[in-house]
Design a protein around this ligand. Structure first.
Ligand SMILES: C[C@H](O)[C@@H](O)[C@@H](O)C(=O)CO
Length: 544
């Protein structure tokens, strides 16, 4: 007998035959969970009907909290508690109609032994597909086997077939034949440029500034130092509190000068007076102070790229970081001087900004910035959420839609860019976007991700198409009208192939002036990443 207090072993529940368990991971923000709850209920009803029709029962792993007004797992702690009550060997479906924080369910999914399926509704209304892509990417980084499926309402043959396969075999494989490994590259001017830039980065090194790591549960977006240091990339860990402190040192006059510059450049600000639902002059002033402060701190630390998390803390202190982020990513931007007024900071160049401190985007933006600059191209780059998409004419046209800002050059300039108040359900203190419709043109798209403990990159080509104004508006209205939109057609990659393969909710894009130059830039990028030791995959039709 021992006198020590031993923990009482939990009595794990056993799986009932023919029963599928479901969970729903949610946002941390109550307002988002409450607003999106009816849509989630509809998706859960659709998925339950489909599973029942295949002869299986569905048991929801957690209840609805009437006090909160939703039934989402809304924290990591809540997720850990929910998973204690789910039989570890039962088939489990994570049902997502919303943007969700992957870490809410990661702990439970890591130790779950039964088959795991992540499903989302093919709808742009809320970022459920974006949530699915983050969770599958996070599980890929964590090495947790899983399958994924998406459908408008789970009544179509394709989705029902997929569901049946998963229920019968515990696994669902999709066609990813569009992906191939990079072949060895001939020594030509592009390959040689890629290799020299890789050599320079690895030896001279670069610093990415991270204002508070780990945004919105995006486990996939945290890149360990051990993985990025060999590329020559080092992190400077910064606190968002320091950003707020620096903002307080920026004068109103300096912030107003930023506004005057943007007004002169032709940008439109949709302002009002109601802080709760409209963009106000006070919100904008704060955002311009953040822009100046971010550049000053970046200069202090000698940063080569910077990322501001904004969520988990800063969203309750100051208006959105997006406007500052979009400005930083553009070559032409309001000048900012050092505190003593003696130097312009990062003159004539963007300071690559990686939204939501997505460190995969940080690595990519840095590499893109160097290649595009060396080739004499506009180095403005951004991430987008892979939000949704539909066919238009002969093409499947994606809605790439970042949650707040793009560099103005992607919209064709400041005079084609506008700022709207960020949606209150995600952004209680408001702040303006840097929005617009991305100009038609040729792009290189990419994603750096972690799989099997190594860095990988998917590279592909695409064309941004122009759609009639009413179709653009329909797509904006079907998603988040305040946010910047890109109508992207990916070359040789269909809808389901992208969804099945892409290991992130984010995709990086950069423009080239024509197809031949975009092909060349992609070749430089492939060569540079390969030389840095990143495993390069080509997706779809790529002219190497
Ligand atoms: C505001 C929302 O939470 C967005 O931030 C979310 O949909 C994303 O952008 C995820 O990348």
């Amino acid at each position: 007998m021992t006198s020590y207090t031993l923990p009482v072993p939990a009595n794990p529940p056993t799986a009932a035959p023919g029963t599928v368990h479901t969970v729903a991971s949610g946002d941390l923000r109550l307002s988002a969970n409450v607003t999106c709850w009816p849509t989630q209920q509809q998706l859960e009803a659709d998925v339950t009907a489909a599973v029942n029709a295949l002869g299986w029962k569905v048991e929801r792993g957690h209840g609805v909290d009437p006090g909160k007004g939703h039934g989402f797992i809304d924290s990591q702690r809540a997720g850990i508690e929910v998973f204690k009550r789910i039989p570890a060997d039962a088939p489990l479906i994570v049902v997502e109609a919303v943007w969700q924080y992957s870490h809410h369910v990661l702990a439970g999914l890591r130790s779950h032994r039964g088959p795991i399926l992540i499903v989302a509704n093919w709808s742009g209304e809320f970022p459920g597909l974006v949530g699915l892509l983050n969770l599958t990417a996070s599980l890929t980084k964590a090495g947790v086997p899983h399958s994924a499926l998406w459908s408008r309402d789970f009544t179509d043959e394709w989705a029902i077939g997929g569901l049946r396969t998963w229920l019968e075999t515990g696994e669902l494989r999709h066609d990813t034949s569009h992906v191939r490994d990079l072949p060895s590259l001939p020594d030509d001017p592009e390959v040689s440029l890629g290799r020299s830039l890789a050599g320079q980065l690895a030896t001279e090194k670069a610093i990415i500034g991270v204002f508070d790591e780990g945004c919105m549960g995006m486990y996939n977006a945290i890149f360990d130092d051990e993985l990025i240091n060999p590329l020559g990339i080092y992190k400077e860990r910064l606190s968002q509190s320091a950003l707020v402190a620096e903002m307080a040192r920026v004068s109103d006059e300096e912030a107003r000068a930023v506004r005057r510059w943007l007004d002169d450049a032709g940008m439109t600000f949709h302002v009002g007076t109601d802080e709760a639902i409209e963009l106000t002059e006070a919100q904008l002033l704060s955002q311009f102070k953040m822009y100046v402060a971010a550049l000053r701190i970046s200069d202090d630390y000698g940063l080569d790229a910077v990322g501001i998390q904004y969520q988990q803390g800063l969203k309750d202190v100051v208006p959105a970081s997006d406007l500052a982020e979009g400005l930083l990513n553009n070559v032409q931007r309001p000048p900012v001087l050092s505190r003593d007024g003696s130097r312009e900071l990062y003159p004539g160049a963007p300071l690559p900004h990686f939204n939501e401190v997505d460190e995969g985007v940080a690595v990519d933006s840095l590499v893109t910035n160097r290649i595009w600059t060396a080739m004499g191209l506009d180095p403005a780059t951004t991430l987008h959420d892979i939000r949704w998409g539909e066919r238009y004419g002969d093409d499947f046209v994606w809605v790439f839609e970042i949650s707040g800002s793009v560099p103005a050059s992607h919209n064709g300039g400041y005079d084609r860019s506008y700022s709207m108040r960020q949606p209150p359900m995600f952004f209680p203190l408001g702040g303006g976007t840097l929005s617009g419709v991305s100009k038609p043109g040729e792009i290189v798209w990419s994603r750096v991700f972690i799989m099997d403990g190594e860095l990988h990159v998917d590279l592909g080509r695409g064309t941004v198409v122009e759609l009639p104004a009413e179709e653009t508006q329909r797509r904006l209205d079907a998603t988040t009208p305040q946010w910047p939109i890109m109508h992207a057609v990916l070359h040789g990659v269909d809808r389901d192939q992208l969804m099945a393969r892409h290991k992130a909710n984010h995709v990086n894009v950069a423009y080239a002036p024509d197809a031949a130059t975009a092909d060349k830039a992609l070749r430089v990028k492939a060569a540079m990443f390969a030389d840095l030791g990143v495993r390069v995959h080509l997706c779809g039709e790529v002219n190497l």
